[in-house]
Each structure stands twice: as C-alpha cells, then as structure tokens.
Design a protein around this ligand. Structure first.
Ligand code: CO
Length: 437
C-alpha cells in the first residue's frame, strides 16, 4: 500500500513538473511546509546546526540540505544527486513559421530523445519567459500551456510504405517542426506566437524579451498492468530519482536527528553533458558545500577533511530487461522492474561505482531488507553516463551509481515499477539516517 502511495505521489509530482524549471518550482512548493530557508547565492549565508536550507541556481537546479549535529570535518556530507531535465525539444528563438496557412514551431533537439515517440502525442509548451516589468526591471516567470497545443502528426503509411520494416526516421531539421495553428492569410506566425505567449504569461507581448520553452506531453501519469504494478509517464528519467531523494530527506528523522549534513543535489543539463554553470560539471555543488563548511569552520584543512569523509549516491534510472529484445542486454546482468534498485558499474567509469562504494550500498540495502541488482552494459553498445562520475571527480568524493530499472528510457512516455520506487526511498532514507558512518 505504501509503495502505491509513493508511486501516486511521484506521478503527481511529474504531472506538476512539465519542465525542469517547473520541477524546481514543484520541489519548492513541496518543502514549503517543512521550514526550509531559501538562500540567495549573492548574499552572505548565516547557517545554524540543525537548520534546513535550499538554494536554487538559474531556476532549474536546486540543492537542499540539513546541517547535521556532528562536525562536518568528522562526519562529512551525505549527498544524493539526480537530474531535473529530460530529453526532448526546445523551441527556437524565431521558431514560428507558416506555409500554406499551417503555422509551425521549429525545434532544437535537447539531449537524446527517441524522436518517433513524439509523433501523434498531445504535446504542449512549458518553460519561462524574461520580460521588463512595470518598474522597468528585468523579471521572469514560469509559463505553461495546460491544454494540448502542438502536434507532430505521422505521415500516413500510404506515403511511407516502409515504415514498419525500416523504422520511423525523422529528418532532424526538416521533419520535426510542430504544427500549432491554422492561420488566416494576413496573420504572421511570429506575431501570432508572440500573442499566444503574451496571453499565457499575462503580459504585454512587447515586454517579452526571451524565453526557454520545452515541449511536454500533456497526458497524465497512469498505473498499468493486471495488478497495476507498473507506472507510465514522461520524465520518469530522472524526476523519479529527484522525488525519491526528496522523500528520503523529508522524514522526521532526517530533518530532526541528522548527524551528518544531508544534501539533495538536483541538477539541470545532465542530458546534454552537465557542462554549464548550473550543471553537475559546474561549480554549484562545490560552491554550496564549501559555503556550508565555511559556516562552521575557517580551517581549510577541515574543509578538505569534510570532503574526504563524504559520500555521493548518484541516483539515475537503469535499463530494465525487455523480454522482446533479449539480445540488447548482457545475459548475466539483466535487471528487472520491481526487483530493486540496480547498482550500475562500468570499467571505463561511465558510472562512478567501484567495489567499495558498491559494497557499502549493498550493506545499506541489506540493512533495510530490500533487494538490489547488478547492471553492466553490453560491451558492443556505448554505455550511457550520469552525474556520478562528473560530480565525484570534481569534488573528490567516493560515489556509487544506482537507479530503478525502467523501460523506454528517453521515450516521451516511459515506464517503471511501483515497488522499486519505494525500495529506493527506503535505502536513501537509511543512507541519510545511518549513524554508523
Ligand atoms: Co537520466
């Protein structure tokens, strides 16, 4: 029962988070009732032992932390890292065009989505706009078109006879613009789109200077399967791990009795390599950890000791075994939905796990009596990566890469197991709570 509640809560969280900017706003909303203090990076921080804080960088990366009772140099940081972004489409600045009365929005591809999954879906737009406010100042706000607004209709099979044999191939420049309106002759598509933005943002169109707009699928999350043992939604990779990290932190014991300093670090830009000032390869996490450390000691030696005593769990989704494609997997490292989090390892360090961090994670799984699985990618396929190797290298912190198995990673409609989500929350909670290390 509890697993189903967590899964329902996850589906709601995703439905309320159609873009990485909205995901961070959803997290801020969730923690409102937990007395977290929002910190501004431009202002000097005053931090107290036992205090709960968070800091947002550029609206789509967020770090939450609870300062533990023990000296940070001795107990270190316990960090769970994940990412707020998902692959898909971003609207180009001058993206609105029309031909034969049909207005379209041209897109850039963000990360590595499975392009054909975006066809024939009820798509819409979510993101943020920058504008000049009534006082002449630069301001920004989140916007979301709730209703279905955009579509990428398939070409009928009568004009694409080979589609079932050759697969659906979409030309990335020419065949991805999304249909969004039928215009009468005198309407200019750029102006028409600007008016739409103005309406949804409740602003004067002349004031909107720029935007970041992601395409999202308006279909809500569902349970499926004969026993409703699976979930489907967009962005399960990796909002599921963000949600699990948050649930693990928002418990009585983590919030009130933390000995070590607990950190949830949720980054944008993982899907495009993390290299940005808000991504895991940027300075956001190291800046934040240093400032926490500096708030308790001015001793540089202690700051380095704090890092040496720290541990990072990089939580990101794993590839569940798909029975229709048995040859896609290493036959000895299949991981299954609802059989526990997968520990991901890779000899070339596409994942950060090594034998010691793996052994520690196994101990924690055993302590809370949940199953775990071991995953390695096939050698004849390039392996994906996560924030794990990037963040742990940058910080000098031991790390393990783990995550719940899922199907159809990077489809606009992904699926995963109900039970796994609860397993993950339990082990992350134990990691935060465990007084032993
Ligand atoms: Co991911």
């Amino acid at each position: 029962m509890i697993a189903r509640q967590y899964a329902q809560d996850l589906l709601n969280f995703i439905d309320e988070s159609p873009s990485p900017w909205h995901a961070v706003a959803s997290i801020e909303k969730i923690i409102q009732s937990f007395q977290f203090v929002k910190l501004d990076e431009t202002i000097r921080w005053q931090l107290n032992t036992g205090g709960r804080y968070y800091v947002v960088r550029d609206d789509s990366s967020i770090i939450l932390f609870v300062i533990g009772k023990r000296m940070i140099a001795e107990s270190g940081f316990k960090i769970v890292g994940a990412h707020t972004d998902s692959p898909g489409f971003r609207i180009r600045p001058n993206g609105a065009t029309s031909s034969n009365g049909i207005a379209r929005l041209s897109v850039e591809i963000y990360g590595g989505p499975i392009l054909p999954t975006f066809t024939d879906r009820d798509l819409s737009l979510a993101g943020r706009v920058s504008f000049i406010d009534h006082h002449g100042k630069l301001a920004r706000k989140l916007i979301c078109f709730e209703q279905s607004l955009l579509r990428l209709p398939n070409l009928a099979i009568h004009m694409n006879r080979g589609v079932n044999e050759d697969g659906l191939k979409l030309h990335k420049q020419n065949e991805l613009p999304l249909l969004f309106a039928q215009l009468v002759d005198e309407q200019l598509p750029q102006h028409y789109f600007a008016t739409l933005l103005k309406q949804i943002a409740d602003l004067d169109a002349a004031q909107i200077l720029s935007w970041d707009l992601a395409v999202y699928d308006t279909q809500k999350g569902v349970f499926w399967g004969a026993n409703q043992e699976f979930i489907a939604n967009s962005q399960i990779d990796n909002l599921a791990s963000c949600h699990a990290a948050l649930q693990a932190m928002l418990t009585e014991s983590s919030l009130n009795d933390a000995e070590s300093t607990l950190v949830c670090a949720l980054f944008d830009h993982e899907e495009i390599g993390s290299k940005s000032y808000i991504g895991a390869a940027g300075s956001f996490l190291s800046d934040t950890l240093q400032r926490i450390s500096f708030s308790t000691t001015s001793d540089q030696e202690d700051n380095v000791r704090a890092m040496a005593n720290s541990f990072l769990i990089s939580a990101d989704m794993a590839h569940a075994y798909h029975p229709n494609f048995p040859t896609a997997y290493d036959s000895d490292h299949k991981v299954f939905v609802n059989k526990g989090p997968a520990i991901k390892s890779n000899a070339n360090r596409r994942y950060s796990s090594e034998s010691i961090s793996i052994a520690q994670f196994i101990q924690w799984c055993e302590a809370v009596d949940i199953p775990y699985q071991r995953y390695t990618h096939r050698s004849d396929l390039p392996c994906g990566s996560t924030i794990g190797p990037i963040a742990s290298a940058k910080l000098g912190i031991r790390s393990v890469d783990i995550g719940c198995p899922m199907w159809a990673m990077h489809s606009v409609r992904e699926s995963a197991g109900v039970q796994d989500h609860e397993y993950l929350i339990r082990v992350l909670h134990y990691f935060f709570d465990n007084k032993a290390q």
